[in-house]
Design a protein around this ligand. Structure first.
Ligand SMILES: Nc1nc2c(ncn2[C@@H]2O[C@H](COP(=O)(O)OP(=O)(O)OP(=O)(O)O)[C@@H](O)[C@H]2O)c(=O)[nH]1
Ligand SMILES: [Mg+2]
Length: 789
């Protein structure tokens, strides 16, 4: 898909003929019939015509989609962008009331009558204020003469089809494989209660493996025809409906078909296989591995291969391994143990993330390691593992990257390439956020103008002035085309399929959109734009440069890029803090003995990796400290929970924090809370009161007149820190260590790690019963101004 993206501006469906320009129906029938009959033969009466055969008529498209209406008539009938705009509004609690006024286009509930753009059985669509009368519901339609049609022809209307886009796209029935053009797909598939199936195929299974792989994945054609919310509904139905699930007899395990009970058991287990497809499987009871695949004489799956690569197992093609139940492996017949795939905790963690099984009791049976080869884990005893977590956008990856820069580990070419690709595709995410907000602001401006016009004409008896259709936030038509196309791709979650492969091609138009006065006016209101990171303009300003093939991210680019790698789940970094970097030369601490170098392993896990009941956390052994990162500037931001409900982002962070610290694996693990983005917090606090976050509702600083912004920020910072400390200690009197960072400033990150080192020393002393910890805990705070205790 990425290799052949559509050229911008995206093809819009060809404008249908206005009703009055259509040829009369009789003429069209007559012309079509004349082609079929011998020359000179008389035409039969209309009553004798067989209406079921397909005729290539230019007119019907006009019935499906009415001609574009002028603004005076009201909004167009199916403006996908309007749906998106409402989503943005949902996420914008501070939206002015007038924005909540009756939307111009509401998705109607499934039972409501359809509008003129769709047949009666099509999914709920946009209703207009005065929809034309709906056509009678069409009978279920079977694909016509499929066999006799040309390859790629529409199964309903024959060759060309009506409304086929420039791309000539087709939508395929998942059950029978009949393909329909844009003009016919909704007629042939109706309301798609089981997803993309002809009406006649409803209830039939999806047997073909290729089609099964497409279940629940959107298509461009559908995105053009339906609103994003409708597409999501269809995709949900496609994935979830009973008829589309794999049948037990189709799953052959060790040559035997499963029973319904066995299948239920499989799907209901703790780690059910995702996208289970029909086929022959094997299951190896000893190793716990299963798949279609050659370990212990069997070929392994792609995911397992990926996992083995991450575990640094060299897997050249056609190599045959023998894997023992303790995880050690050798090449078949060689009798030399090459390693142990479960040896590293990180491998076990990765396996969990991939939902792969891990042999039980491995932890207890330490003799397993020593019996075969010299264990690396003995080395790990010296390594202090630090788990770095935080909600998305909190700055944890920036802290991780700063540590990498600070403590001397270079980014590998592969990592840099990953970052490059990430930067390139992020530009499109930033632009799409701006485009969504532009729509909101445009509507807001037009509504305001309308209200103003109405109040000006109140009582003067004059007819209402014609409402303007453009505002400061309006884009020209060409850029609008691109904007709509981009937003549709984003709404479908298909962005990664298009970008960054297509970035070079689109860079000039992205630059044009970014520089357009409408987008610049939108960006000026960046304080209102949720989901737009501060770094958006930094990258958008250089979109042409960063989209080129030759682009090499600079150190600042790497730092500003959101994330560590594309996969962005788990990253590890080993370092030694006592190694003096250039920044720490001036550091006052001379107490540490440079000869004793403690090694640290920083394990950064993003919040997505924490999903699934936090089971991954249990896989992490010997975590010496948790570093939880929170963005202070999030107190007025909105976050969308996994349930789809919007909530305050600080509260979402608090909930994640609680989940992590209350995890049984970390009962005795010290925790350091990094309150990050203090720079942004300082700038924001005088503009937006801290009390907008309901958790901070009782924040009432004593504010003498001369109180500066800085001291207000520091008051607020202490208040937030104490809130978290109270939360932490409430259960069992544990002490939370808090430190303030501005992750973009390297020195603050260096200070944070040195503070963490002090915390670990304090914890060691406390645990060794030397009475050190009880003496004076706060003496281990590096700086009272940053570390409230
Ligand atoms: N102003 C400011 N911006 C920061 C700070 N720390 C990080 N950022 C920016 O905030 C954005 C998000 O930071 P990340 O480090 O990617 O956040 P994260 O926690 O890793 O988020 P995910 O990678 O999405 O899980 C990036 O654009 C950073 O450049 C800070 O201290 N101040
Ligand atoms: Mg990030």
């Amino acid at each position: 898909m990425a290799s052949s993206p559509p050229a911008p501006p995206p093809p819009s469906p060809p404008d249908p003929l206005p009703r009055q320009q259509q040829p009369p129906a009789e003429t069209a029938w007559a012309r079509a019939l004349r082609k079929l009959l011998p020359a000179g033969a008389p035409l039969p009466d209309e009553e004798q015509l067989d209406y079921s055969f397909s005729v290539d008529v230019a007119g019907p498209a006009a019935e499906r989609r009415p001609p574009p209406r002028s603004s005076a008539d009201g909004p167009p009938l199916l403006p996908l962008a309007r749906h998106r705009r409402r989503i943005s509004r949902l996420l914008r609690p501070s939206a002015p009331r007038r924005l909540q006024s009756p939307p111009r286009c509401e998705p109607s509930p499934p039972s409501s009558s359809p509008d003129a753009t769709s047949p009666a059985s099509s999914p709920p669509r946009c209703s207009s204020s005065s929809p034309p009368a709906p056509p009678p519901p069409p009978p279920p339609e079977e694909p016509l003469n499929q066999g006799s049609k040309r390859r790629g022809a529409c199964a309903r209307c024959g060759k060309g089809g009506i409304g086929v886009g420039i791309l000539g796209e087709r939508e395929e029935c998942l059950a029978c494989g009949a393909r329909y053009c844009a003009g016919c797909v909704l007629r042939a598939m109706g309301s798609m209660p089981e997803g993309r199936k002809c009406v006649g195929c409803i209830g039939r299974p999806v047997a073909d493996a290729r089609r099964r792989a497409r279940l629940g994945k959107g298509s461009r054609l559908l995105a053009r025809l339906l609103a994003p919310a409708e597409v999501r509904q269809v995709m949900r139905a496609e994935r979830g409906c009973a008829a589309n699930q794999v049948r037990p007899g189709e799953i052959l395990v060790n040559c035997r078909g499963l029973s319904q009970g066995e299948l239920d058991l499989l799907l209901g287990c703790a780690v059910p296989p995702e996208r289970l497809a029909a086929g022959r499987y094997w299951y190896d009871k000893d190793s716990g591995l299963w798949g279609k695949v050659f370990i212990n004489g069997r070929e392994i799956t792609k995911t397992e291969l990926r996992m083995l690569k991450l575990a640094n197992v060299q897997c050249p093609r056609n190599t045959h391994f023998w894997l023992y139940d303790d995880g050690s492996y050798e090449e078949e017949g060689q009798n030399i143990i090459k390693g142990n795939i479960w040896q590293k905790a990180s491998t076990r963690l990765i396996a969990t993330l991939f939902s792969l099984p891990i042999p039980r009791g491995l932890k207890e049976d330490t003799t397993l390691y020593s019996s075969r080869f010299v264990p690396e884990y003995l080395e790990q005893k010296k390594v202090q593992k630090l788990l770095l977590v935080g909600l998305e956008g909190s700055g944890s990856s920036t802290i991780f990257k700063q540590a990498k820069f600070l403590y001397g580990t270079e980014f590998s070419p592969e990592e840099i390439l990953n970052l490059k690709l990430m930067i390139q595709s992020n530009v499109y995410k930033y632009l799409s956020t701006l485009l969504e907000w532009r729509e909101c602001f445009e509507d807001e401006a037009l509504e305001e103008e309308k209200e103003l016009g109405m109040s000006n004409h109140k009582g003067d008896g004059e007819p209402k002035a014609v409402q303007s259709t453009s505002s400061l936030y309006s884009l020209n038509q060409r850029l609008m085309h691109f904007a709509n196309w981009l937003l549709e791709i984003v709404a479908l979650g298909n962005l990664d399929a298009f970008f960054p492969a297509a970035t070079r091609e689109y860079a000039p138009i992205v630059e044009e959109v970014w520089k357009d006065p409408a987008i610049q006016a939108t960006y000026k209101r960046k304080n209102e734009l949720h989901f737009l990171p501060d770094v958006a303009s930094y990258f958008l300003d250089r979109v042409v440069e960063i989209s080129s093939n030759e682009y090499e991210p600079t150190e600042t680019d790497i730092l500003y890029a959101e994330g560590v790698n594309q996969w962005n789940g788990l990253s590890t970094l080993e370092f030694s803090l006592d190694d003096r970097g250039p920044l720490s030369d001036s550091y006052a601490d001379k107490a540490g003995n440079p000869a004793v170098q403690t090694k640290y392993q920083l394990i950064r896990m993003n919040s997505k990796g924490l999903t699934g009941g936090f089971k991954c956390l249990g896989m992490l052994e010997d975590i010496r400290a948790i570093i939880f990162c929170i963005s202070l500037a999030d107190y007025d931001q909105t976050w969308v929970q996994s349930s789809g409900e919007p909530c305050n982002k600080m509260i979402a962070s608090r909930d994640l924090f609680e989940d992590v610290i209350r995890h049984p694996s970390f009962e005795d693990t010290p925790c350091v809370l990094l309150l990050n983005k203090y720079d942004a917090f300082e700038e924001k606090i005088s503009r937006v009161p801290l009390t907008v976050c309901e958790w901070f509702a009782d924040f009432s600083p004593v504010r003498p007149h001369h109180t500066s912004q800085t001291s207000l920020a520091s008051h607020a910072y202490y208040y937030v820190a104490v809130k978290f400390k109270d939360l932490y200690s409430v259960a069992d009197g544990r002490k939370l260590f808090v430190f303030q960072t501005k992750a973009l400033e390297r020195r603050t990150v260096d200070d944070a790690f040195r503070y963490i080192r002090e915390v670990l020393r304090w914890d060691d002393v406390k645990n060794s019963d030397a009475g050190y910890g009880s003496a004076d805990e706060s003496s281990y705070s590096v700086d009272m101004t940053t570390s409230p205790s």
